[in-house]
Design a protein. Sequence first.
Lengths: 182, 302
Amino acid sequence: MNLNEKALLYRAQAGDRRAAGTLFESYYQEIYTYIFYRVSDTFTAEILTAVVFIRMLNRLPTYIDQGKSILSWLYTIARKLVIDYYRTQDGSDQPSLKEHLLGINQRRQEEPGQSQDPLDSFQRAMRRLNEQQKHVIILRLVEGRSVQDIAELINKSEGTVRSLQGRALRSLGKAVEKEKVL
Amino acid sequence: MNRHRFDLILEDCLSRIDRGESIQDVLDSYPALNGHLEPLVQAALMGRRLPKPVPSEDGFRTGKNMLLAEMNNMQRANGFRQKAKVPAPSRLTERWLGSLVKLFQVKRTTGLTPVYRFVVIGLVLVLMGGFLTVNASASSLPGDVLYDLKLGLEQTQVFFTFDPEARQDLMLAIEEERLAEVEILLAAGRQEEVEFGGVIEQKFESTWIIKGISVQVDPVTELDGDLEIGSEVDVFAITMEDGTLQASDISAEVDASDEDEKVKEDKVKEDKIKDDKEEKEDKDDKEDEEDKEEKEDKDKDK
């Protein structure tokens, strides 16, 4: 974590609204991209992204800097939140988030969805990847980050990242080939 | 071939494509694996075409409002820390380096100026392969044992940056670093002396906003030069335990070009005075000579 990040975090920790707003603006796109590819829905992704930052805020008073980047911390929160979200979808014990989302979904207006046509088969195959493989593919291919960068963000070794990438691409490659045959 | 090696080769292919090499050239460098690599590389290229989703403005605004509303709730419930936890530097390497820094500070046997002493320390550490310990100083703050080392390393970096544009960027980054340090110390409620530069943005009776930071100015604060809104100033201040920043000295920065101009003007004035003096001396000499000649003529006549 560089000093500017630290300064922002400490200010937000002390209750500075401007610092919290800057944190939100700085990392919104990355967290939104990750969640969008996990839930495949613009509106749900927007709400869950906001909830990630609220969870961050709730944890700030007890947060202790261990030298990891803020983005890495936010990804951890986002990953756990998406798991919670899917649990609530299955009817398990997380009624608050489910109700929250259902309530908002009822007020949801029709939005022009993002076109997924040219990459439909690829995206279908993406859904079959496990959570870590999917995260690596999003960071490596959609965000264009390096293996070293990803290793730092998801707290894994570079070897593990390469291996996750390899397995994910084998699976995606097979799906794309199959689609070509059909 | 084991999977680990294959993953390395796959990553090499993707990195080279990122750098602009053609897919065919990349695949041709691994002819034996061509059949295995191609579908994977094609899948990666397909993945590159995945759109980066763009959140709606409404979603962004609503999210930010939700966050700020939660912040209000927490403030009402007094859920924020008054002082942030700043980890104290306690590692052995830091203490060891701190002693080295102090040695240079106290004995000053080198006869070098402070900046160059730290340039030397920086070079010694780099030559010793002390990158890890050098990194340890990067997050140090004013008052920490490694802080002087950090300043020295910054100067070393500036010293060895010859490209004017890169040097300018580096100087700006260093300025930002000073501000970030001040903000951390304020958030942590640590009392330390700090120094930073910036533009005066607002001036209220006893509070000035300098580069986004509130600075307390009292009758004891020494003020020097043109200190209007918009002026570039250097600030010496103390971060107080209650999170305020008390200025001890605020002085207007002297523009280098203005200074050059002044030096030139002074030189012209000096030259003129010198010329006038020489002219006067010449004139006096001439008059003296004429008087002498006149006197000699008179003597002759006599």
